[in-house]
Design a protein around this ligand. Structure first.
Ligand code: ZN
Ligand code: ZN
Length: 221
């Protein structure tokens, strides 16, 4: 057995380069490998740790290939075929901080808006493990992590330090620019009360109301 970033070799079942492999999944204790030519290879009796390792290597190979420059794909399309069984794991492993993409284009604010709102919905029952964005990084992982944190009301630490205490006394709301068209609006008297405001179509606020004070506060700032 030989498995690295070039080949998948599990005798006597398969020996091929990753280039020939479309997707992987597990089914009834079999590791199933789908080849580009449509062939389906079922491999029995592989240790769970080994399967985990194979998935890890596969997602690394995929990430190495799909370096999106112009389009934002989150690497999802290539992973989708294996989603039903190996879904979340593949997804989260694709969702990793990637320093090479630290200057990636901003995710459109309406998508960030949606992510933040979805996160907000989950915030109450959240035992969710929120990935931490890396400072000054704009890779997909970090942008999405940031949006999740905003939505769930977790303070990205590095931003808190920038609040000047003197400003707090003269303003109804404290406003921090979080990204393109994205602002965090905080009640200076109660840090726990905060909202995310998006100033691009569609203008919105995580409080859910239209034309709320938070949006006005940002517009007037
Ligand atoms: Zn990152
Ligand atoms: Zn609002």
């Amino acid at each position: 057995m030989k498995i690295n970033d070039k080949i998948l070799n599990i005798p006597p079942y398969i020996s091929t380069s990753w280039d020939n492999i479309t997707s992987l999944f597990t089914q009834n204790d079999f590791l199933v490998v789908i080849l580009k030519n449509g062939a389906k290879i079922e491999i029995p009796k592989i240790q769970p740790e080994m399967i985990e390792e194979i998935f890890k290597i596969h997602s690394k190979v995929l990430e190495g290939k799909s370096k999106p420059k112009t389009s934002i794909s989150f690497g999802l399309p290539s992973i989708l075929p294996s989603m039903p069984t190996a879904g979340l794991e593949s997804f989260t492993s694709a969702m990793q901080h990637n320093p090479e993409q630290k200057d990636a284009p901003d995710i459109p604010s309406d998508i960030i808006n949606k992510i933040a709102n979805i996160a907000k919905l989950f915030a109450e029952e959240a035992n969710m493990d929120i990935p931490k964005p890396v400072a000054n990084c704009n890779c997909m992982h970090c942008q999405i992590s940031k949006a999740l944190q905003i939505g769930m009301g977790i303070n990205p630490e590095n931003l808190d330090a920038e609040v000047d205490e003197k400003d707090l006394k003269f303003r109804d709301w404290d406003i921090i620019e979080e990204g393109a068209h994205l602002y965090r609006v905080i009640n200076p008297l109660d840090e726990k009360e905060h909202y995310s405001v998006f100033l691009k179509d569609p203008i919105g606020c995580t409080c859910g109301k239209k034309n709320c004070d938070h949006i006005k506060a940002v517009l007037n700032s």
